[in-house]
Design a protein around this ligand. Structure first.
Ligand code: PFF
Length: 455
């Protein structure tokens, strides 16, 4: 029933499409980045801007990627080549493959810490932990030259194993099993968090609307977050949608994934902030919040270690399913365009990621072995993050929107997004095209100029 136009492997149902795509969107971005950024940038006001970014940039770019992927049933580079043969447009895909590598170099490193923390929680390392010892434990993890790399290798082995099993038996099966589990764990932690005495402070912190805190920089931060969160701008959604079913409502999937991803982010915020406030701690920032605060906070609660294990299990799941989509971009490219088998492609990607991920691991902390080495004034870790998230994703998103809005003709767009007229949403589809054609590129040019420091 679910045969594609060139009989390629596809996901087996709409539900599988939803969970796999959501698995890509939900990741480390939700669990530390989103709550921290919401908290640090004015709470509810930032959220409002984030929603607008999703509406005017995230959804149109996602729809464009879905169009390109399902229409061609090809990898991120092959798809552009098919739609506009022998043109430079295919280099949007080339940049996507490169961005996937850059993100993976540091993402797999952070994922390694998460796996390691899950292991440490299971081993009972956090019993009787204090603020100082939590800081010291994190410090010794990030500056250790050996174990984080070993964990990074373990992460890559897990991701590679799932990917070699293929689209249906690997990605689909894992995401369909783990995403509901992730929801369940986060809801349990949320119930515990909001029933803590003093939790309302944390909720206030998260939802408090303070328009005075909105500035150009804050708006642009929200935009960057929307990109990273929804896995946009580097062909991930092109690659995944090339496995979508023919009858999938692409705009419906985009809207559902954006909403569910935002919900998971909010649930993560609800899990973290009330707990942090209930214990009178500082909301803190980024990785510190996750790795230092959480063990401390949970260790002081009844059933704390079980919750701590659940928390790091949840984070490991989120990071793993996001990495499946990140690595699938080059895997699909190498196996379809370069004649490698799927297994060899996975192995090649894993080896490159581990090798180039080592400098990220050794430079994540300034006291690390390569902490003092800089590339354009940044450590390897920060350089990988900066170039991929702040330059390549917005640039990729800009070109994807321009391609879909100006190179693809209206009839093709309408046909694909209405499933050859079978779903009666022609009006909405036309509005999305208008936004992708004009509004999204204009907004993205502003983000891009900001991210390279021009604006
Ligand atoms: N969306 C993932 C997260 O929020 O952690 C990260 C990510 C995955 C970014 C896939 C880009 C991507 F292509």
């Amino acid at each position: 029933m679910h045969q594609t136009r060139n009989s390629r492997e596809t996901f087996s149902s709409g539900l599988a499409v939803f969970f796999a795509t959501l698995g890509s969107a939900v990741g480390l971005g939700n669990i530390w980045k989103f709550p921290y950024l919401v908290g640090a940038n004015g709470g509810g006001a930032f959220l409002l801007v984030y929603f607008l970014c999703i509406l005017f940039v995230g959804l149109p770019v996602m729809a464009s990627e879905f169009f390109i992927g399902r229409k061609t049933r090809k990898n991120a580079i092959g798809a552009f080549e098919q739609l506009k043969p022998r043109s430079p447009w295919k280099h949007i895909g080339t940049m996507g493959v490169a961005a996937s590598g850059l993100i993976m170099f540091f993402y797999s490193c952070v994922a390694g810490w998460v796996y390691y923390y899950l292991f440490k929680a299971l081993r009972g390392d956090f019993a009787g932990v204090t603020l100082d010892s939590a800081k010291a434990q994190f410090g010794s993890v990030v500056t250790d030259p050996v174990s984080p790399i070993l964990w990074q290798v373990i992460v890559m082995a897990v991701v590679s194993l799932i990917l070699t099993m293929g689209v249906k038996k690997g990605i689909e099966k894992i995401t369909k099993t783990l995403m509901p589990l992730l929801f369940l764990i986060i809801v349990i932690i949320d119930i515990r968090a909001i029933t803590l005495p003093g939790a309302s402070e944390g909720l206030k912190f998260l939802f408090h609307v303070d328009f005075n805190q909105l500035s150009g920089a804050v708006i642009l931060t929200a935009m960057g977050l929307a990109f990273f969160k929804l896995s946009l701008g580097m062909g991930t959604m092109i690659t995944y949608s090339s496995y979508f079913t023919e009858d999938n409502n692409l705009l419906g999937t985009a809207a559902k994934v954006a909403m569910a991803d935002t919900l998971v982010s909010m649930l993560a915020g609800i899990a973290i902030f009330p707990t942090v406030f209930a214990f009178g701690m500082e909301p803190g920032a980024g990785p510190g919040l996750l790795f230092m605060t959480i063990p401390l906070v949970f260790s002081q609660l009844p059933f704390g270690n079980a919750l701590l294990i659940a928390f790091f299990l949840l984070t490991s799941i989120a990071a793993t399913t996001a990495m499946l989509s990140l690595v699938e971009v080059p895997v699909a490219y190498f196996s379809e365009e370069r004649g490698l088998s799927r297994k060899t492609s996975v192995l090649l990607c894993a080896v490159v990621i581990v090798l180039l991920g080592i400098p990220a691991s050794l430079s994540a902390d300034s006291a690390g072995l390569l902490g003092g080495v800089t590339l354009f004034g940044k450590s390897f870790f920060d350089f990988y993050d900066f170039v991929s998230s702040n330059i390549m994703l917005p640039l990729g998103g800009l070109f994807i929107a321009l391609f879909a809005g100006h190179v693809i003709d209206k009839a093709q767009w309408q046909q694909e997004l209405t499933n050859q007229g079978r779903i009666g949403i022609a009006g909405v589809v036309a509005v999305v095209r208008f936004i992708a054609r004009y509004v999204t590129p204009a907004l993205l040019i502003i983000v891009f100029l900001h991210s390279i420091g021009v604006l």
